[in-house]
Design a protein. Structure first.
Length: 577
């Protein structure tokens, strides 16, 4: 299957991954020669005078692997068989799968010798994509686990205790029941916590998102293995899964955005009004609690079963991987499997390859030493692929107001690139998502009311292409008015949000008090949150202010200093919806 057909087959989700995978690969090429510096710089392409091993790793373990790679290299730099140079490059598991499936290119970064995604689930999907696309199978017969981390619902401790943690098991069915209860947390004596809100990542890119989606299907069927295509398409099962998704606050391509926002809310004493649970790996609970928040998190292991990120180490059978490179990669694997390195994984918050956790960890840290009572087995490659693709059908729909800076500094190629990216990103939404369009300079222009994208997509495109740059930058007033607009017509069935793109600083004499807009954003009603996702475009954007706006509203700030990359950044923003 060629890239164009694959884009159409996966629709919005794969399109998003194509944007981000190409951008991530381009960034990876920026570092090609490792200097004699600290171990966390063991990135990029290997020294051509050594036997090179390139690991493409999921994010949560890449820093540790880079440090270990540096240590390993020092031990083998002067060996009788010549030096070995191991490099570790980071790429989200879903993005790496797509890059390998379509045929790794130079834009994806240095060609991998080893792929170590967060879970074997991605190996299954790659196998399916290779088979269905009549492509070469790059995977070995065996891919040993480096470490483990089960999927959990990371919940603020008071909320988990209200549900009976750690003695009372909680499952996806309980989440669904609580999410659909109009009383929300009032059912458990805490109406001040509002409705149940779930933080969850995209299953197209993120392992926690993929595993949470698969676990919901399992919970709906009562199965723990052998999920079938018929199960995934059963209307009752789909309704259950869609009900779980309906509780989502918003999505994301990584869980780090949720934890960043939670830290900010916690510092204000508002952790319990931000999110009720985050679907994530157990390790992230330990990482978050290590910062000693006011309201710590605990790991809830769904009673109806959960999947485990087993971090496989797959030495690739790719045309670009030579026999000596495979041998060096296997030697590095053996070194990682030795007890001393396994202890490093334990110290970092992972379970070891057999599922054991560090001796000093337990309930006081927010986890249960024994881990999940029921581990779910990944379905067959074809069914797992069907689960991933089903997300476009079951995900919570979006209601977004796009607010576009057209001040004088946007004039020329900068505005043209942003308009082209905005038009292209419309294809990543479903026809029943809702989008509105405003532009701002000295004045604010309400171009398109928030409405279903399908019937008025052509008008949106026309208005985007007609944007012209002239005037000052009414950033604060535009942000304030946009959030008020979305609040006034807030839809509980959708993800309500504002996206603001700007290349400059507020220069509006009528509304120049930043603190006023930040207070307004911080004091939004917890029952109707409208997060603002900001894009700092070009070299002169006021990134500090944009970060403050995003943080105050519970959104996230994105950076696009190079206009050539605005498409990938736009796609990254859309992953939240």
């Amino acid at each position: 299957m060629n890239a164009g057909n694959r884009f159409r087959a996966l629709g919005r989700s794969a399109g998003l991954v194509v944007f981000i995978a190409v951008w991530a690969g381009t960034c990876a090429l920026a570092v090609t020669n490792r200097p004699a510096k600290p171990s966390d710089l063991a990135r990029g392409a290997p020294d051509q005078n050594c036997t090179g091993v390139v690991l493409v790793s999921s994010q949560e373990k890449s820093e540790l692997l880079a440090k270990l790679a540096y240590e390993y290299d020092q031990l083998h730099r002067d060996s009788s068989n010549g030096c070995i140079d191991v490099r570790v490059n980071t790429m989200a598991s879903g993005n790496a799968e797509l890059a390998l499936a379509r045929g790794w290119t130079v834009s994806d970064g240095p060609q991998p010798t080893v792929w170590t995604p967060a879970a074997t689930s991605w190996l299954r999907i790659l196998k399916h994509d290779a088979t269905s696309g009549d492509k070469l199978n790059l995977l070995p017969d065996e891919a040993p686990s480096l470490m483990q981390s089960p999927l959990v619902l990371a919940m603020p401790r008071p909320m988990a205790e209200a549900l009976g943690w750690p003695n009372t098991p909680v499952g996806w069915a309980d989440v669904l029941k609580l999410a659909q209860d109009p009383e929300g947390w009032g059912r458990y004596g805490h109406p001040e916590w509002g409705r149940f809100r779930l933080g969850k990542t995209s299953p197209v890119q993120s392992t926690s998102g993929l595993h949470a989606l698969a676990a919901a299907y399992y919970a709906a069927t009562g199965l723990s293995a052998d999920l079938t295509a018929a199960d995934v398409t059963d209307p009752k099962v789909v309704a259950f899964v869609r009900g779980v998704e309906a509780s989502v606050l918003h999505y994301g391509n990584t869980v780090s955005g949720f934890f960043d926002a939670l830290r900010i809310a916690d510092a204000k004493g508002a952790a319990l009004s931000y999110v009720s649970a985050i679907a994530t790996e157990e390790k992230q609970v330990l990482d978050y609690n290590a910062g000693k928040p006011r309201t710590p998190l605990v790991a809830v292991y769904p009673r109806d079963g959960t999947m485990v990120a087993d971090h496989p180490y797959a030495v690739l059978n790719a045309p670009w991987v030579q026999t000596r490179e495979q041998a060096a990669a296997r030697d590095f694997l053996g070194w990682l499997q030795e007890p001393e390195r396994q202890k490093r994984f334990l110290s970092a918050g992972f379970r070891d390859s057999s599922g054991q956790v560090a001796r000093d960890l337990g309930l006081k840290n927010g986890i249960v030493r024994e881990g999940p009572a029921l581990v779910l087995h990944a379905p067959s490659p074809a069914v797992l692929d069907l689960v991933r693709k089903s997300w476009e059908n079951v995900r919570k729909r979006a209601r977004i107001l796009l607010v576009f800076d057209v001040s004088g500094s946007m004039l020329g190629d900068k505005l043209d690139a942003a308009k082209a990216a905005a038009v292209a990103v419309l294809d990543l939404f479903a026809p029943d998502d809702k989008i509105g369009l405003w532009s701002f300079a000295t004045d604010i222009h309400r171009l398109d009311a928030i409405d279903l994208i399908g019937p008025h997509k052509s008008q949106l495109i026309k208005n985007i292409r007609a944007l012209n740059a002239l005037g000052n930058t009414a950033l604060y007033r535009a942000t304030n008015d946009a959030v008020r607009e979305v609040h006034a017509t807030w839809d509980p069935e959708r993800i309500n949000a504002v996206v603001v793109l700007t290349d400059g600083q507020n220069s509006d004499g009528r509304y120049s008090d930043r603190d006023t807009v930040l207070r307004f954003l911080s004091n939004q009603p917890s029952s109707t949150p409208v997060p603002v996702f900001t894009i700092g475009y070009g070299q002169d954007a006021d990134r500090e202010t944009l970060t403050r706006i995003a943080q105050a509203s519970g959104g996230r700030s994105y950076d696009a200093p190079d206009p050539a990359h605005i498409g990938s950044v736009f796609a990254d923003v859309v992953s939240n919806f």
